[in-house]
Ligand binder design. Sequence first.
Ligand code: PSV
Ligand code: MN
Ligand code: MN
Length: 388
Amino acid sequence: MTTLSPETLSALELQGIELPSWAFGNSGTRFRVWSTAGTPRDVFEKVADAAKVNEFTALAPSVALHIPWDKTDDYAALRGYAEGLGVKLGTINSNTFQDEDYKFGALTHHDDRIRRKAIDHHLECIDIMDATGSRDLKIWLAEGSNYPGQMDMRARQDRLADSLQQIYARLGDDQRLVLEYKFFEPSFYHTDVPDWGTSYAQVAALGEKALVCLDTGHHAPGTNIEFIVMQLLRLGKLGSFDFNSRFYADDDLIVGAADPFQLFRILVEVVRGGGLNNPDVAFMLDQCHNVEDKIPGQIRSVLNVQEMTARALLLDRDALDAAQAANDVLGAQAVFMDAFSTDVRPALAEWRRSRGLPADPMAAYAASGYQQHIAATRTGGTQAGWGA
Ligand code: PSV
Ligand code: MN
Ligand code: MN
């Protein structure tokens, strides 16, 4: 059995991955939203389910909220409820993609009334952050156009800068704004924040409390995502990850399921760039569980991140540096693949047991009866938000 060094284990012990509240709601595609027995009926039940993931793994200490999906009239009560279950309320995600007014844009809209409404929504999100104790406001914009000539891309970029400036100005000293990019969808010709360069340019103009959010599913196939991770860490502008995996587009599948090697490569750059367990670089999941049970889907996801982090920490840096310095192409590649190919699962199971956690969190959750309990007691669960 591979052994993990005390340094590796203490790094793993510090790891925390934020869960998205919407992962616990029903979801699907534009063709059908599937229901799963036991789906939460409100944000309190979503938080309760997220806390279960943490209970079985000690890997998920916080839950991100999406506004308005998770609106409640008592955020203090929600915060107290979460803390009572051992988790915190985390990133607040704004939502400007489901309101009829935003058909042609929100923070970029040429109509001042609509743009004002979108800015005010973000200010309301910051009010919620004040109540929940959240640090980060995450902005993903669904705006863009479908046809060449449909929009003035340049003017929209200028309005975006102005809107973001107004939002940024309202942030408290300890709060941050993270701007997420996505290369297409729902717009198919141009998107106003399509890539890390645009996000970087916009947040750099704002100041040090504005950073980039990298969603692993938001790149064209074949993109070298770990290069982007490296560059943003180098620039001090990687604020957060939305982890998930994809085969075709923005599939939002379980992280590490489609391409475990890509997850490994990303985590190698995170470790290399000082981004691991760095409070400035938040790890989050952004996933939907369309056909599988949601809580075990999230447990599997955080375990995948933990496992790949352990493998990245196993990378023999000295051997790699030596091989690189000698231009030993095959030697360097062998060192890299040795770490990726190491089965760390038995060592992680043993380590979990030694900390009083279940050696196999998936099996322990299945045996706990919680899934049967929520399936029997909750009826009429809510959607993740899509199509709502
Ligand atoms: C958009 O595709 C996105 O990745 C953003 O993070 C949204 O807030 C989230 O998905 C909603 O699921
Ligand atoms: Mn995302
Ligand atoms: Mn996405």
